[in-house]
Design a protein around this ligand. Structure first.
Ligand SMILES: Cc1cc2nc3c(=O)[nH]c(=O)nc-3n(C[C@H](O)[C@H](O)[C@H](O)COP(=O)(O)OP(=O)(O)OC[C@H]3O[C@@H](n4cnc5c(N)ncnc54)[C@H](O)[C@@H]3O)c2cc1C
Length: 467
């Protein structure tokens, strides 16, 4: 039986970060992957193809809406088949450089393509081989889940996987779920020319984000032409000829919405069912995600979990961080933990959404007091110069110390802007530290400083670049 320091089940972000860390520590590792190709979700069916299509969608949209009377609109043509082909080529290239080349460069790492499951706490079986190791890492990720809506399986639907390989542009698309994936792909198809209706059961789009920010994004998307219904439950789906009819309770009344395709973006299932976890004594929580302690170790000593399958968040960056931390703990005797309030996340709609730390509601829960300020993006001189009409940046500070504990924004390039806030939250900077830091003029980043200044002065009557 081949013996390694580390057996990793799953060849995505978490698995590759773990193999790289093991290699850095001079330990041997085998990655066993099956299902998605090498690289897992992000490169094959997630971040990479979705961000590429969103960029193409922006290229289609911008010339039609230059935003200034001095520039006439132009309507670019779109070849969807060529766009999907281009996406496939990009995926193949990045799969090569970011995963195949990487595994080949690691001296003591092996890659095996096979379905793996536990035989005991110390043995994993994959294909005709059994593997043993000092440490095991479950990094099997997640897959799209569809809610049990009567008629949905019979009518057929897209998840992100089918949408990213669309062979046609649906004239009308219904998106069930207004989380990051539903809104990103919904906006891409809206810009490509589909009529898009989004149905969300929660009262706000992006239910896990700061409501102030989520509502502002909803305003931007609605003005762009997306039809959005929140607090709306889909009750049934049926087909009529070639059309699909989605029945939903909208504003207390049942309404039929006809469409050509349905995109389900309501969440994920953990890939744990076929791992024979009982043979290893590994417990899962009520949602099927692996239970871990703060060091990412499962209920069985020596077996760790990282990435989507651990259920702490659904981000490429977090998966990689967890993969590396688990290996340091499992193989190098470290006792590292991750502060999840220091992990930024983003939604790549236009405008983008980004967030780090706690929200206003969480602050109220924690300290029964709130110290929050926000600034509309339209107040930022750079936004005025380029004509940005949407956006808001909100800061959450500790009510007694003024240390920044959260930042939430919907703004152009928010996914880039959030890093200043992330450093501030991570290293305990105060509102005054932000105000005292000179920001380049004119930039969208100034909005962050402006929001900090809102704690100490009336920002509606303030000259540019005041400290
Ligand atoms: C449309 C979309 C867009 C996204 N955009 C972003 C973004 O912009 N930024 C961001 O940070 N995150 C984004 N994400 C999330 C991100 O892609 C995931 O959080 C991340 O890829 C999870 O990595 P992982 O290593 O946990 O799992 P995965 O990458 O899913 O890897 C798990 C691998 O294990 C395999 N496997 C499963 N079971 C077994 C088994 N029994 N034996 C062997 N192999 C098995 C799977 O097939 C897969 O290859 C996006 C996700 C989607 C779906």
């Amino acid at each position: 039986m081949p013996e390694y320091d580390l057996v990793i089940i799953g060849g995505g972000a978490a698995g590759f970060a773990a193999a790289t860390k093991a290699n850095d520590l001079g330990r041997s590792a085998v990655i066993i992957n099956d299902g998605l190709p090498i690289g897992g979700t992000c490169v094959n069916v997630g971040c990479v193809p979705s961000k590429h299509l969103l960029h193409l969608a922006e290229l289609v949209r911008r010339p039609q809406h230059p935003g200034w009377p001095s520039i006439g609109p132009v309507t670019p043509s779109l070849d969807l088949a060529a766009a999907i082909r281009g996406t496939g080529e990009l995926v193949e290239t990045l799969r090569g450089t970011n995963y195949i080349d990487v595994i080949n460069s690691l001296q003591d790492a092996t890659y095996v393509e096979a379905r793996a499951h536990f035989v005991s706490p110390k043995v994993v079986e994959a294909g005709s081989n059994r593997y043993t190791a000092r440490m095991f890492l479950i990094a099997t990720g997640s897959r799209p889940a569809a809610p049990p809506i009567p008629g949905l399986p019979q009518a057929g639907y897209w998840t992100n996987r089918e949408a990213l390989q669309a062979d046609r542009l649906p004239a009308a698309l219904v998106v069930i779920g207004a989380g990051p994936i539903g809104l990103e792909l919904g906006q891409a198809f809206l810009r490509f020319g589909s009529r898009v209706t989004v149905l969300e059961v929660e009262p706000h789009v992006l239910p896990r984000f700061e409501p102030l920010v989520a509502d502002e994004l909803e305003r931007a998307l609605t003005d762009e032409g997306m039809e959005i219904h929140t607090s709306t439950k889909v009750t049934a789906v049926r087909t009529e000829g070639s059309r699909k009819i989605v029945t939903a309770e909208v504003d207390g009344r049942l309404r039929d919405i006809a469409c050509d395709e349905i995109l389900v973006a309501t969440g994920v299932h953990a890939n744990t069912e076929d791992l024979d976890l009982t043979a290893a004594g590994v417990r899962v929580d009520a949602r099927g995600f692996i239970e871990t302690d703060e060091h990412l170790q499962s209920s069985t000593p020596g077996i760790y979990a990282a990435g989507d399958v651990a259920g702490h968040g659904f981000l490429e960056t977090l998966a990689a961080k967890e993969g590396a931390v688990a290996v340091e703990n499992g193989l190098a005797g470290a006792t590292k933990t991750i502060n999840y309030e220091h992990i930024p996340s983003a939604v790549f709609t236009d405008p983008q959404v980004a967030s780090v730390g706690i929200t206003e509601a969480q602050e109220m829960e924690r300290w029964n007091a709130c110290s929050c300020r926000h600034v509309e993006v339209a107040r930022i001189p750079k936004a005025q110069a380029v004509g940005d009409r949407y956006g808001v940046m909100q800061l959450v500070a500790h009510p007694e110390t003024s240390v920044l504990v959260g930042a939430h924004m919907v703004a152009p390039m928010a996914a880039d802007l959030i890093h200043e806030a992330t450093l501030a939250v991570k290293f305990g900077l105060t509102v005054d530290d932000i105000i005292d830091t000179v920001h380049v003029f004119p930039t969208h980043s100034e909005g962050f400083k402006l929001a900090a200044q809102a704690y100490v002065r009336d920002i509606s009557v303030m000259a540019c670049c005041i400290g």
